[in-house]
Design a protein around this ligand. Structure first.
Ligand code: KL2
Length: 542
């Protein structure tokens, strides 16, 4: 049961804040010893001008530190650090390989201060106080700004049809909680934020509070920093009744994905950590990962059907659609292996994550439609994050080498050999035309029929739904996909399902970009990630 049908997103708006001097930085700024990557503004720093002129009408306003007396005099607003993406649009090199010096430097950062004990975090305060935040009488002038997220209930749609059967209802949340290291490495994305709200010791209680209030049966979390997970997040969630599984990104990356589920609702049947990195395949040289769990509802005695829950955070790099599609293919091959029943059909699938791809992009359409013709498609077009992709490479056919062992239907070749004659066989070619054959060669498929919990646009206004919002973008990149039952409201007409399906009973609404900037963007005082949480309620008919 969902505990709260309303969730608010907001921050505090300070009545005395002046908006006349965006990025106003006072002189004598010492190099900040605890803010990783925080330096004096360089001469090229665009004082008094918004650095992203294309940003549009909802750009955030920044209060000036001069008008916020409680703010430390020597502090600056988050500066715009050097642009962190290299020429190829990759993550900064330092995240792949850290020097010893850097580790020493990081050791001094505030985010690495001793953590509060987990017992203190079990029932986190509604509004934690940042360490650098010294309240004054001005606080009484502060006015809370909130935008409400509403619970959209679809359960009445199914009432007649399913009330007589035995049902298992459960809620799933997907949430990219913004790892502290990524926040600090990409600090220019958070230049609109009041700095105290960016400290981990401030953000953590807010995130835990949100998880506790949402009380979802299954949590799929991304950007979970491993040290924070081990020392704070896992103990806190265990105290709330969750069992937690975690997969760290490969090599030296500091964060990963977690799936946590309520121990009173599910038995754990399988844990499958998924690495996309392959030493011998140059295309797969990135450290993103996924995690697949098979969970069995505890609702009654006997053998209940299982549910496959998958969580991932695909590569960010907007230009490397070839890598993103291959990472997705690996995850789908793992899901195919984990979720297949003995009769060749599949258990219901819930696929959550941050796919770093926008609605309507080829990658997103591939997940929903089960098919993608990619001949002639440029690699930058795949995720839809970029407007301009002229001059880019086009996807090779096939996209990934055979040595990966995964075919164009996103199935491990070894699995198809083991089970000849099941539902995974080569689709029949009914036409002989060579043009058709070419299209078949440049076609990706998968075997699931997946619907998206969210619609991606508000039906009344046509405005896009936003799942992540910072100073450089406001888009949907997070999704909850699920195997829709035959009578589910969002099932694609004509989709061919050979699996048990779920019914979508409800979801927590998302917001528009305008809504989010009206509460100072993300993260803000109460919402401590640059993503919104996604929350859905499903019904499995037993
Ligand atoms: O878009 V994200 O944020 O899903 O919220 O996923 C990636 C980005 C995450 C993991 O790599 O770090 C963020 N510019 C903007 N954001 C970046 C960059 C960058 N150059 N590099 C990493 N991220």
């Amino acid at each position: 049961m969902l505990p709260r049908h309303l969730q608010t997103v907001g921050g505090r708006y300070f009545a005395r804040a002046s908006y006349s001097q965006p990025f106003c930085m006072s002189g004598n700024l010492p190099r900040d010893p605890w803010w990783t990557g925080c330096y004096r503004p360089s001469s090229s720093f665009p004082v008094n001008s918004w650095p992203y002129p294309s940003f549009g009408p909802f750009r955030p306003s920044l209060p000036s530190s001069q008008t916020l007396p409680w703010f430390p005099a020597q502090s600056s607003w988050l500066h715009l650090s050097n642009f962190n993406m290299d020429a190829k649009g990759d993550e900064p090199f330092r995240k792949r390989k850290k020097s010893v010096d850097e580790d020493e430097y990081r050791h001094k950062s505030w985010s690495k201060r001793p953590y509060p004990p987990a017992s203190d975090l079990r029932v986190p305060p509604m509004h934690g106080t940042p360490e650098a935040f010294v309240p004054t009488s001005t606080q009484t002038e502060a006015k809370a700004l909130e935008v409400k997220r509403t619970w959209e209930d679809f359960s009445h749609h199914y009432h007649e049809e399913t009330s007589s059967k035995e049902n298992f209802d459960f809620t799933v949340m997907s949430y990219n909680i913004l790892s502290q290291e990524l926040l600090e490495d990409n600090s220019s994305l958070y230049s609109h934020c009041r700095r105290p709200y960016l400290f981990w010791n401030y953000r953590l209680p807010n995130i835990l509070r949100e998880l506790q209030e949402m009380n979802a049966d299954i949590l799929c979390l991304q950007e979970v920093q491993e040290d924070h997970y081990q020392e704070q997040i896992k103990p806190s969630l265990e105290a709330l009744g969750y069992i937690c599984e975690y997969k760290a990104r490969t090599r030296d990356k500091p964060d990963g994905c977690a799936i946590c589920f309520r121990s009173d609702k599910f038995n754990l049947k399988l844990v499958k950590p998924v690495e996309y990195f392959r030493r011998n395949i140059p295309l797969l040289d990135r450290d993103n990962i996924g995690l697949v769990l098979m969970l069995q509802p505890k609702s009654r005695g006997g053998e209940n059907p299982m549910i496959c829950v998958a969580n991932t955070h695909l590569l960010f790099n907007p230009r490397r659609g070839d890598i993103k599609l291959t990472q997705l293919a690996i995850l789908l091959a793992e899901i195919t292996q984990a979720a297949q029943k003995q009769d060749g059909r599949f258990y219901p699938i819930v696929l959550c994550g941050d796919f770093n791809s926008v609605p309507g992009s080829p990658l997103h359409r591939f997940i929903k439609e089960g098919m993608l013709y990619y001949e002639g498609m440029t690699i930058g077009k795949v995720s839809g994050q970029e407007k301009y992709y002229r001059g880019q490479r086009i996807l090779s056919i096939p996209i990934w080498p055979r040595s990966l062992g995964i075919n164009q239907r996103c199935v491990y070749e070894s699995q198809e050999k083991e089970q000849p004659g099941n539902n995974l066989e080569e689709p029949l070619k009914t036409e002989q035309a060579s043009e058709y054959d070419n299209r078949v060669d440049s076609r990706l498929q998968h075997h699931f029929s997946l619907s998206s919990v969210y619609s991606h646009y508000f039906p009344d206004t046509g405005m896009p739904e936003i799942t992540t919002c910072h100073s450089k973008s406001a888009v949907t990149v997070d999704y909850i996909f699920y195997s829709a039952a035959n009578n589910d409201i969002f099932r694609h007409p004509g989709s061919d399902v050979h699996c048990h399906g779920l019914q979508l009973l409800g979801r927590l609404s998302l917001l528009t970009e305008k809504d989010l900037w009206s509460v100072n963007g993300l993260p803000n005082e109460t919402n401590s990630s640059d993503h919104l949480s996604l929350l859905a309620k499903f019904r499995l008919q037993l």
